[in-house]
Design a binder for this molecule. Structure first.
Ligand code: AMP
Ligand code: MG
Length: 485
């Protein structure tokens, strides 16, 4: 029996009128093969844990074969790219293949990225290269492992299709899963093109499908916007607390569910450098690490503007005003947990400011710093001091920290246990992704798999794999990643 007799792919999005999408058949890659399959996520979707035992998975998810009821489509959306409105966006290389209802009864979109041209491809070839597909696969799983809202990766295929970027590269395909692929840019498209009844239909359906609680409120649309603001603020607070820079926070890359979406030239900070710009094409630093909160608010303002035909001005303003408060509450909760300081003391504001100023000045690795602070209960050396350029200053700072920490009603062991559960040992450093990609391009996926194994449980020690927690060697420092993907 085929898997597809048991698991159905249907598409609620296809219920929308024709102006919302174009039906497009995938253009299969040449001899696609699985190079990764996410058994855990497959299980959630009631799919087999091993893809190779079920060739029909490859045949359907690569687009080679169709099955009854399958109607792949490219979504139409628009968006602000680097602050400038672009009406011509849409799924240019991705297709919504269908939805699967998971073990929890939740609809999950199955989207294939790299499936060939669509009417929204503009100058693009509709393809994705192995390099960027590996980056998205690894990073979305890393974010999931960190407990940060994100789209997921179900599997990835490599192929013999050459894809030309700066040079010929391996064509690949990512099978991406998310409760929704609806972006801020979907709403902007209908607003700016004056299709306000479609805009209302989109709002109603998004509320029905994804924000049912808003549907029960007296002001459902305003409540919905409130929810998007809250979820986005929570996501950004989490990004900032693990040192994640997205790199292309255009409104078409913002999920209405507040999930990390469309991984491109992202980076995790190595040294703590708040102004870090990871996107090679971001000349002004619009998407620099420390700009992410204000950019998220800018993007939410663009969404709010697109919803203005249906939400009163005062309600729009009120929803947007909630952003900063939620972000600050969430961020300060995260930061307190990272330092193991759960009670509030009057000098805490100064303590946090000093700490960040200090690690920036000493160019200390952000992740190693917090992990080392979490290990102060361990016998022997104090590795946190080794991270600083001038040890005496570090000793002084550490004394101050220990004085503050001693005010907590916890033993050092309890405090450190709590800190190890929120300060990851492993993040997806760009140099590690780069090494894994270079090996994968030679056909060796072992590093991709090893990285996945630590990134899925990044708070665990995995002592035999500690090398993957190391800061970058010189060649891997401050890598900026090009947008070509
Ligand atoms: P991104 O920068 O990946 O968020 O994409 C911005 C827009 O370009 C979206 O409309 C994408 O669908 C489209 N796009 C990106 N890469 C390609 C490609 N290789 N072929 C066709 N369209 C693409
Ligand atoms: Mg995008």
């Amino acid at each position: 029996m085929s898997v597809w007799d048991r698991v159905h792919l249907s598409t609620r999005f296809a219920e929308f009128p024709a102006s919302f999408y174009t039906s497009v058949n995938p253009k299969p890659l040449i001899t696609p093969q699985w190079v990764a399959w996410n058994g855990d996520l497959a299980k959630q979707l009631q799919l087999p844990q091993h893809a190779d035992d079920h060739p029909e998975l490859l045949m359907v998810l690569s687009g080679i074969e169709s099955i009854d009821g399958l109607s792949p489509l490219a979504m139409k959306y628009a968006g602000h790219q680097f602050g400038v409105y672009n009406p011509d966006l849409g799924d240019g290389r991705g297709l919504l293949l269908g939805e699967i209802i998971d073990v929890n009864g939740v609809h999950q979109d199955v989207h294939i990225k790299g499936a060939g041209k669509t009417p929204y491809s503009r100058m693009g070839d509709g393809r994705a290269v192995l390099r960027s597909t590996i980056r998205e696969y690894l990073c979305s799983e890393a974010m999931y492992g960190l407990g940060i809202a994100t789209t997921r990766a179900l599997g990835m295929m490599a192929s013999e299709t050459p894809v030309y970027r700066e040079k010929a590269e391996t064509g690949a395909l990512l099978v991406r899963v998310a409760e929704s692929h609806i972006r801020f840019g979907h709403f902007e498209h209908f607003f700016y093109s004056g299709q306000h009844s479609e805009l209302k239909l989109l709002l109603d359906k998004v509320i029905e499908w994804h924000f049912p609680n808003s549907g029960h409120q007296t002001r459902p649309y305003a409540h919905f916007l409130d929810q998007v603001v809250t979820k986005t603020a929570q996501m950004i607070a989490q990004w900032q607390s693990v040192g994640f820079a997205h790199g292309v926070m255009n409104t078409d890359n913002m999920s209405v569910l507040g999930q990390t979406f469309d991984y491109g030239p992202f980076a995790f900070l190595d040294d703590y450098e708040p102004g870090y710009i990871c996107n090679h094409s971001d000349y002004q630093g619009r998407y620099a690490f420390n700009n992410q909160p204000s950019i998220a608010l800018w993007n939410l303002t663009a969404l709010a503007h697109a919803l203005s035909p249906f939400i009163e001005r005062s309600e729009l303003d009120k929803a947007l005003e909630g952003f900063t408060a939620t972000l600050q509450t969430e961020y300060s909760k995260q930061m307190r947990a990272k330092f193991g300081l759960l009670t509030k003391q009057s000098e805490d504001g100064g303590f946090f400011n000093d700490a960040f100023e200090f690690i920036e000045r000493h160019q200390v690795d952000f992740t190693l710093f917090f992990r080392a602070l979490s290990n102060l209960d361990k016998q022997g050396s104090i590795p946190v001091l080794d991270l600083f350029r001038r040890r005496e200053e570090a000793e002084q700072w550490l004394e101050g920290y220990e004085r503050r920490a001693s005010l907590e009603p916890l033993s050092i062991g309890e405090r450190c246990d709590g800190m190890r559960a929120v300060n990851p040992k492993y993040i997806l450093r760009n140099y590690l992704a780069q090494q894994a990609i270079e090996e994968a391009e030679q056909g060796d996926f072992s590093m991709v798999n090893t990285l996945l194994s630590v990134l899925k449980t990044p708070y665990d020690e995995h002592p035999e794999l500690s090398i993957l927690a190391a800061p970058p060697p010189e060649w891997g420092q401050k890598m900026t990643i090009s947008c070509s993907s």
